[in-house]
Design a protein around this ligand. Structure first.
Ligand SMILES: Cc1ncc(C[n+]2csc(CCOP(=O)(O)OP(=O)(O)O)c2C)c(N)n1
Ligand SMILES: [Mg+2]
Length: 329
């Protein structure tokens, strides 16, 4: 036990949220095959421990930004599954009234500052919020979740540099799933361990097992405490794997079968289930999973029956005419 060990109740709740996420992803996959989704959906099967473990380590008043693959962060942060599904399917009852969709879901109430379709943009968004909190003297932390591809962008460097220089209360959580689109990380990065870069900014950095929800929780909890104390940012590289390809539009073929099999054998939900079954008994864990699955099924049923956003046509704008003075030009 360390100071940051989650309680049994917290462990069970993290497990529940991982199962909720997996159920969301699997149902979305089935609906895509049935032609019932629109646009690509970026599933996070196999990565649930990162988003769920990290958000569990935040306080209610903290903030989080995420990527185009943010479902585990949304559900980990405790967002209502029905409103998440409604947003994905463009319903009026969704978190952004159906205008954001699965990549751009945000919710001010819970400090969910949004997913982001621009690779790397979740990093400065959280850094900016951390600056805002520092200027206001508030002990509130911002967590930036971003991918290994995003770690190669210029804005990542700029954000980390200024965050370390100004000791901003931000936690950089690099969700390393081995690929950026179809490109293996070895073809993207000059160093195999991205946490090594932290030293160059003068902040602590570590690489952890991103499939172990407890390891993620503990690492993020420690970094959050550091940020809240005013000691500045940290970089956590959580190693995980994308089991279902880049998106529902992915043609596949570039992830070696033995690599997929190796990671499937370390499925984060399987690992968490085994740990919990030992502590609480298999029956209690199975009941928790069944309840989570039923909750997500009900979320789909209700959300899909929800209305699409209403369309209010704007009044036609007046035809453009030059101002009498030529507009000062
Ligand atoms: C600025 C920008 N460049 C390129 C893209 C196209 N794109 C979308 S996702 C992606 C790869 C992202 O890889 P990574 O950060 O590792 O996230 P992952 O998909 O693995 O979760 C790219 C290049 C984009 N959306 N935004
Ligand atoms: Mg990646």
């Amino acid at each position: 036990m360390t100071a940051n060990s989650p309680s049994e109740q917290e462990l069970l709740e993290m497990h529940r949220r991982m199962v909720l996420t997996r159920c969301l992803e699997e149902t979305l996959g089935e609906m895509h095959k049935a032609g019932r989704t629109r646009g690509p959906i970026h599933r996070c099967d196999g990565q649930e421990a990162v988003g769920v473990g990290a958000t569990a380590a935040l306080a209610a008043e903290d903030f989080v930004t995420t990527t185009h693959r943010g479902h585990a962060v949304y559900l980990g942060r405790g967002l209502d599954p029905r409103r998440v599904v409604a947003e994905i399917f463009g319903r009026e009852t969704g978190y952004c009234a159906g205008r954001g969709g699965h990549m751009l879901l945000g919710d001010v109430e819970t400090g969910m500052l949004g997913g982001n379709a621009i690779v790397g943009a979740s990093i400065p968004a959280a850094t900016g919020m951390a600056l805002s909190m520092q200027l206001q003297g508030a002990a509130r932390v911002a967590l930036a979740v971003f991918g290994d591809g995003a770690a190669q962008t210029g804005i990542c460097h700029e954000s980390m540099n200024i965050a370390a220089l100004w000791r901003l209360p931000v936690v950089f959580l690099l969700e390393h799933n081995a690929y950026g689109l179809t490109v293996h990380h070895s073809a993207q990065s000059s160093v195999p361990e991205l946490s090594a870069r932290a030293a160059g900014y003068g902040m602590p950095g570590e690489t952890i097992d991103g499939n172990d929800v407890v390891a993620v929780f503990q690492a993020v909890a420690q970094a959050v405490q550091r940020a809240r104390r005013g000691d500045g940012p940290s970089l956590i590289e959580a190693r995980t794997y994308r089991l279902e390809g880049f998106s529902t539009s992915d043609m596949g073929g570039y992830q070696p079968e033995d690599e997929i099999a190796k990671w499937r054998a370390r499925d984060p939900i399987m690992l968490s289930r085994a740990r919990l079954a030992e502590a609480l008994g298999a029956a209690r864990v199975a009941a928790c999973e069944a309840a989570a699955r039923a909750e997500m099924d009900a979320a789909f049923e209700t959300a899909l029956a929800d209305p699409m956003p209403g369309f209010t046509p704007h009044a036609p704008s007046a035809p453009y005419s030059e101002p009498p003075d030529g507009g000062g030009r």
